[in-house]
Write a protein that binds this ligand. Structure first.
Ligand code: FOL
Length: 210
């Protein structure tokens, strides 16, 4: 079974996007995203799995995300054949898959270390909820959450599902890891506590499914 890790930056009210892009520009937070998703042992790399709109939201000069296997999911099999790698266009920068199961399969090939789900909402929902998930191998068991503490960015128009809300059984399924566990898992010295950038405060957190 292949583990999936969600990586996301969200406000306290779970805002993650606005007008098809990130609501903020935080260079150190983005550098954390890039480092976490890129860090892999020698000779291996990680996969970043994303929905079509998330792919489109990444600035052209950063696409595909370097040093990572980029996997884009679109139900439209004819989507952007010029820029997405398909059997007929093997030199394009990213792989196109028509569903999560095939994306995870592709991202489980030899030489791939970790699989990150980087958005958007429908992929977060699908990997957070075992019931709506196609198979056991498409469940996220770890969330690297950058909690944006202030301000609240009330203009957000896209929201992360509230995975920390109590489940139907009344129990929270998720437990926060310690900062040491986060450092150990990422393999580098993640800054602890509240970070400040351009008047925005945030914290790097890791949550594990119990
Ligand atoms: N998770 C976290 N923690 N922060 C995010 O901003 C984030 N963003 C996405 C998914 N998970 C996230 C999706 N959006 C790039 C742009 C948007 C994006 C994801 C990545 C991007 O351009 N990344 C470059 C770094 C560019 C830079 O250093 O400015 C990369 O190489 O990863």
């Amino acid at each position: 079974m292949s583990h999936l890790t969600i990586i996301v930056a969200a406000t306290k009210t779970n805002g993650i996007g606005q007008h098809g892009k990130l609501p903020w520009r935080l260079s150190k937070e983005m550098a954390y995203f890039a480092r976490v998703t890129s860090t892999a042992p020698e000779e291996r790399k990680n996969a970043v799995i994303m929905g079509r709109k998330t792919w489109e939201s990444i600035p052209a000069n950063f696409k595909p995300l370097s040093k990572r296997l980029n996997v884009v999911i679109s139900h439209n099999k004819d989507y952007e054949l010029a820029t997405i790698r398909t059997p007929s266009n093997p030199s394009a920068p990213a792989h196109l898959c028509s569903n999560l199961t095939s994306a995870v399969e592709l991202a489980s090939q030899a030489g791939i270390h970790r699989r990150f789900i980087i958005g958007g909402v429908s992929l977060f929902t699908e990997t957070l909820n075992p019931t709506s998930s196609n198979s056991m191998s498409c469940i996220a068991d770890r969330v690297l959450l950058t909690r944006v503490l202030a301000p609240d960015f009330p203009q957000c128009d896209v929201f992360m599902p509230d995975f920390l809300a109590a489940s139907e059984e009344g129990e929270t399924e998720w437990k926060q890891a310690t900062h040491d566990e986060l450092v150990q898992w990422t393999g580098f010295d993640v800054p602890a506590g509240v970070q400040e950038e351009k008047g925005v405060s945030y914290e790097f957190q890791m949550w594990l499914r119990q």
